[in-house]
Ligand binder design. Structure first.
Ligand code: ARG
Length: 458
C-alpha cells in the first residue's frame, strides 16, 4: 500500500501518517492524476521504455479506475497517503507487475506539480467563464439603464449626477481587467513539469516535448529543479482571485447601501435575502454581506501561500503540500460568489424614481451651475464662490437650486437668465458629459457597443 516501505524497519506511527497524508484533499484531482499517468505511459511506450502491450494494459486499467471512482464503485479511503499512492495501488492490484512500471522515470514531485497545474489551469478557465457570464448580466443592465439617473458620490457625499449604466460600467472595467489577468496567468503557467523527476530529471530517454503536447501545454518547463518547486502560478492565481473578490466586495458594499431603508435605490429579490429570527419586518442582504465577508478568506489563502513559499530551499519540500487546501477553498469560494452575485443582481428591482429624486437633492448640479456662469464670461473661481453662496441660501430655505426663484439668482449675480434652469437640469448635467468614458447617453452607448464586441469575441 505504501510506495516507499522498503527502506523502513518500523511501521509508521498513526499520528505521523495522518499528519503527513494529503489524501483527504488531493483526491480532488484524481482525474488530473490519471490523465497525467496516461500521458506518461503513452510516452514511455513511444520511447520503447515499456512495450505497447504494457502501455495498453496500464491505460485501460487507469481508465477503468477513473470510471469506477466517478461512479462511486470504488472509494478513495484514508489509509492511502495521497491520491498518487491510491491510483498506483489500484493499478498494481489490477495489473500486477505491469502496473509497477507506471512510475518509471517519474517522481511524485513532478507528478504533483503536474496535477496541481492541470487542476489550476481548468479552474482559471472556469473562473474566466463565470466572470464572462456576470459581465454579460452587467452589460444588459447597462443597456437597460443608460438613462437611469442617480447621484455619483465622492467621500460618500453626493457629487455629480451619473447614470446607473455608468456606475455599473465602472465594475465592468474592473472585471475586464480581472479576465485579462486570468488570461496572462494561463499563458505564463502553461508549461509542463512532467519529466523533471524528483529534482534532477532522469536518465531514461523521456520525450518531454511529447508529454507536454499530449497534455495541452505549450512545451516542457526548462529547469527540473524549478519545475518541482514552482508555485508562482498559484500565487498569481490567488492574487487575481483576491482582486476579483475585492471588486465583488466593493460592489456588495454598494448593493447593501442601495438596498438599505435609507437609500432604497434597489430592492433585492426575496430569493436572495434572509429574515430575522426576532424582528419580523427584516429582510437582510446576507448574500451580499457574505460575499464581502468571504473576501478575507481568499486574501488569507494568498498570504498563507506567499508565507509558506518564502523560506523553502530548492527543490521540493513537504511544506508545499500546504498549497492545496487553501487554494481549493479559495477557488470554490470565488466561483460560488461569482455565481450568486450574478443571480442577485439579475433579480434585484431598481427604483429609478428614487435614484433620480436622490440625484436632484444634494446639489449634484452645483458644478454645472458654476459652468453656466463660466460660459457667460465669469472666471471659474468667482463662479465657484457665487454658486457656493446660492447653495448656502438654498440649504437655508430647504430647496434645490432648481427651485430657487429667478430674482434670488439675480440678487447674487445679474448674469443669470431664465435658461439657468435648463442648464442645471439632470438631463443637461448628464447629457452634456460626452467625453469618452463619461455618462452622457451617446458616449455611454459607444462604450456599451465596444464592450458588447469585447464580450462577443470569446
Ligand atoms: N502530497 C504531496 C504534495 O502534495 C505529493 C508529493 C510528495 N512528494 C514527496 N517527496 N513526498 O506535495
Amino acid at each position: 500500500m505504501k510506495l516507499w516501505g522498503g527502506r523502513f524497519t518500523k511501521e509508521e506511527n498513526q499520528l505521523v501518517h495522518n499528519f503527513n497524508a494529503s489524501i483527504t484533499f488531493d483526491q480532488k484531482f484524481y482525474h488530473q492524476d490519471i490523465e497525467g499517468s496516461i500521458a506518461h505511459v503513452t510516452m514511455l511506450a513511444k520511447q520503447a521504455i515499456i512495450t505497447d502491450e504494457e502501455k495498453d494494459t496500464i491505460i485501460n486499467a487507469l481508465k477503468q479506475i477513473c470510471h469506477e471512482i466517478e461512479s462511486g464503485i470504488i472509494q478513495i479511503t484514508e489509509e492511502y497517503e495521497d491520491i498518487h499512492s491510491f491510483v498506483e495501488s489500484m493499478l498494481i492490484e489490477r495489473t500486477g507487475d505491469t502496473g509497477k512500471k507506471l512510475h518509471t522515470g517519474r517522481s511524485r514531485n513532478d507528478q504533483v506539480a503536474l496535477d496541481m497545474k492541470l487542476y489550476t489551469r481548468d479552474e482559471v478557465l472556469a473562473t474566466d467563464q463565470l466572470l464572462k457570464e456576470l459581465m454579460t448580466t452587467l452589460l444588459d443592465l447597462m443597456e437597460e439603464h443608460i438613462d437611469t439617473y442617480m447621484p455619483g458620490f465622492t467621500h460618500l457625499q453626493k457629487a455629480q449626477p451619473v447614470t446607473l449604466a455608468h456606475h455599473i460600467g465602472a465594475y465592468f472595467e474592473m472585471f475586464k481587467r480581472d479576465r485579462s489577468r486570468l488570461h496572462d496567468i494561463y499563458v505564463r503557467m502553461n508549461t509542463c513539469p512532467l519529466g523533471a523527476g524528483a529534482l534532477a530529471g532522469t536518465t531514461y530517454p523521456l520525450d518531454r516535448d511529447y508529454t507536454a503536447e499530449l497534455l495541452g501545454f505549450d512545451g516542457p518547463t526548462l529547469n527540473s529543479m524549478d519545475s518541482v518547486s514552482d508555485r508562482d502560478y498559484l500565487i498569481e492565481y490567488l492574487s487575481a482571485l483576491s482582486t476579483i473578490m475585492m471588486h465583488l466586495s466593493r460592489f456588495c458594499e454598494e448593493i447593501i447601501l442601495w438596498n438599505s431603508n435609507e437609500y432604497r435605490f434597489i430592492e433585492l429579490d426575496d430569493a436572495y435575502s434572509t429574515g430575522s429570527s426576532i424582528m419580523p419586518q427584516k429582510k437582510n442582504p446576507d448574500i451580499a454581506e457574505l460575499i464581502r465577508g468571504k473576501t478575507g478568506r481568499v486574501y488569507g489563502a494568498l498570504i498563507s501561500i506567499l508565507t509558506t513559499m518564502k523560506g523553502i530551499p530548492l527543490a521540493y519540500n513537504k511544506d508545499m503540500q500546504e498549497d492545496k487546501e487553501l487554494t481549493f477553498d479559495a477557488i470554490d469560494t470565488v466561483k460560488g460568489c461569482l455565481g450568486l452575485f450574478n443571480g442577485m443582481i439579475k433579480t434585484m428591482r431598481i427604483n429609478k424614481d428614487t435614484m433620480a429624486a436622490s440625484s436632484k437633492n444634494g446639489f449634484t448640479n452645483a458644478t454645472d451651475a458654476a459652468d453656466y456662469l463660466v460660459k457667460h464670461g465669469v472666471p471659474f473661481r468667482d463662479a465657484h464662490g457665487i454658486i457656493g453662496q446660492l447653495v448656502l441660501l438654498c440649504i437655508d430655505k430647504g430647496i434645490a437650486l432648481d427651485d430657487l426663484p429667478m430674482d434670488e439668482y439675480k440678487k447674487i449675480c445679474p448674469v443669470f437668465e431664465a435658461d439657468i434652469y435648463e442648464a442645471i437640469s439632470l438631463q443637461t448635467c448628464v447629457g452634456l458629459r460626452q467625453t469618452i468614458g463619461a455618462p452622457g447617453h451617446e458616449s455611454m452607448q459607444k462604450v456599451i457597443d465596444l464592450n458588447r464586441q469585447y464580450i462577443n469575441i470569446d
